[in-house]
Design a protein around this ligand. Structure first.
Ligand code: MN
Length: 482
């Protein structure tokens, strides 16, 4: 087996911990239907797709649900079902005590990378809990939920290695790449390359490289500011012409990155670096680009980042099955997923418009280095986190600003999402902050350091906002002292 540096020993132990659970899953009779529950983000959908491929290979039947969160209500409704075996993917570790309480006597598999619920009692023998945190591997950066399921699926059958590219898409979805991927994620990429699914190359880190014309990519390069080019279509076209690269393709349409010769690509990269000469890291525009080589040219499915966005869109629009179908290679599902992506973009535009129109209202509270947005039922609960992320990157928000957003679910609960603006994301532990707010106001909190959330009863929204203001004001004071 490939030996890893650094956390190698832990990783080997982590892989070994999957052997017994894999054996136990094989023992489940083929006539039984397995209950499969996964998270609705891109990682959760990727995780579910890998698990489904593995179950199909074992000739097992399953019934799937995709959830935004696993709260007590959900666990109670699962407890009323007759399924004897349940598999949770990319969800469950944070609700371990709830699972113990509500689903005793069932055979349960949890394959997750979220932080483990400290309130859980010692694990009983009917719960097979696979989580990297048990081995000192950091789940938020080193391995995704899809990655955990991938290694488990490989333990079940080495043929499941063919799903490595889906595990990569999950890791991208959970934003695990910062100055490169972890060793474990790199191992997954290596397998995906070996299986002929992915080509990893250095390239321009511009989102939409497969689908947008070059001048549009440059104009919309919001992550990387290019003076005179970002935000200006005419500036972008002028810039290309100055470099001697025609923005037009031979057929008269707009030229895409894939149409550039090596020579032109070098010119473009050098040109951007020169334009960014005043920036701190002019070269950071270059990085790894992952191409899914079996997908059609110009398809959003060909770029791993765009594929990940597509899965996220499917989950958030309540059409996760299209995303799963796309991961499994189903052509019709791929088309349906693409249509869903278009609808999702419209939904995001609508929610940003709501935010603009409500910026001066009581629904948007601007405090001392924090922003609280209470969207009520005007923004779908599945979209609110994405909206908050986009706002956190907008120019009116200074780095370090904490953005707490609320939107109502349909069941009398409210979804809370917490983000921090700017690059130094790790400086603040969003999960701990949300926990300390819900401690006062009630509700269940979870997530990671960089992006956390909670579910609270809608009736206690006011109390939550009041507690949030108190906690965030205090935090702002403490920050000023240091
Ligand atoms: Mn995840």
């Amino acid at each position: 087996m490939h030996k890893l540096e650094g956390s190698g020993k832990n990783f080997e132990d982590f892989l070994s911990s999957m052997k017994e659970p894999a054996e136990e899953l094989r023992k489940v009779p083929a006539c039984e239907t397995i209950r499969l529950i996964s998270h609705l983000d891109s990682d959760g959908i990727s995780a579910a797709a890998i698990m489904i491929r593995a179950l199909n290979r074992m000739n097992r039947k399953y019934a799937l649900s995709i959830l935004q969160q696993l709260d007590d209500k959900q666990l109670i409704s699962l407890s009323k079902e007759q399924y004897k075996t349940l598999i949770f993917t990319d969800i469950g570790s944070g609700q371990l005590s709830g699972i113990q309480k509500r689903l005793p006597g069932r055979k349960i598999f949890i394959l997750d990378h979220h932080e483990i619920d400290r309130a859980a009692s010692n694990e009983d023998s009917s719960i097979f809990h696979i989580n990297p945190h048990k081995f000192g591997i950091e789940g938020s950066t080193e391995i995704s939920g899809a990655g955990v399921v991938f290694f488990f699926a490989r333990e079940l059958d080495p043929k499941n290695e063919e799903m490595a590219h889906i595990a990569l898409i999950g890791a991208i979805g959970d934003v695990q790449e910062e100055h490169g991927f972890s060793e474990i994620n790199r191992k997954i990429i290596e397998i995906a390359e070996r299986k002929g699914k992915v080509k990893a190359e250095k390239g321009l880190k511009l989102f939409g490289a497969q689908t947008k014309p070059i001048h549009k990519l440059l104009e919309q390069s919001s992550d990387f500011f290019i003076p005179g080019v970002t935000g200006s279509e005419s500036g972008a076209i002028q810039f290309m012409q100055n470099l001697g690269i025609s923005p037009r393709a031979a057929d008269g349409g707009w030229k895409k990155l894939s149409a550039l010769s090596d020579e032109e690509m070098k010119k473009l990269v050098a040109g951007i670096i020169i334009m960014r000469g005043q920036e701190k890291k002019p070269e950071e525009i270059i990085g790894a680009v992952y191409t899914l080589v079996n997908e059609k040219q110009d398809s959003p499915l060909r770029d791993a980042k765009e594929f990940s966005t597509l899965l996220n869109a499917c989950g958030r629009m309540g059409r996760a099955s299209f995303g799963i179908g796309a991961c499994l290679g189903d052509l019709r599902a791929k088309q349906q997923a693409l249509n869903t992506l278009a609808d999702y973009k419209k939904e995001i535009m609508k929610s940003l418009k709501w935010y603009d129109e409500n910026s001066g209202s009581k629904n948007v509270i601007r405090g001392n280095s924090y922003l609280i947005i209470n969207a009520g039922s005007s923004v779908p609960a599945t979209i609110i986190g994405t909206m908050a992320s986009i706002i956190s990157k907008s120019s009116g928000i200074s780095a370090g600003t904490i953005i707490i957003s609320l939107a109502q679910n349909f069941d009398g609960s409210t979804k809370v999402s917490a983000r921090v603006a700017g690059r130094e994301k790790n400086a603040l532990d969003m999960r701990a902050i949300v926990k300390s707010i819900t401690k006062i106001s009630g509700g269940e909190a979870g997530g990671h350091r960089n992006a956390a959330g909670a579910v609270i009863p809608t009736e206690s929204e006011d109390r939550f906002i009041e507690s949030a203001r108190a906690v965030l004001e205090k935090l702002a004071l403490e920050e000023n002292v240091f």
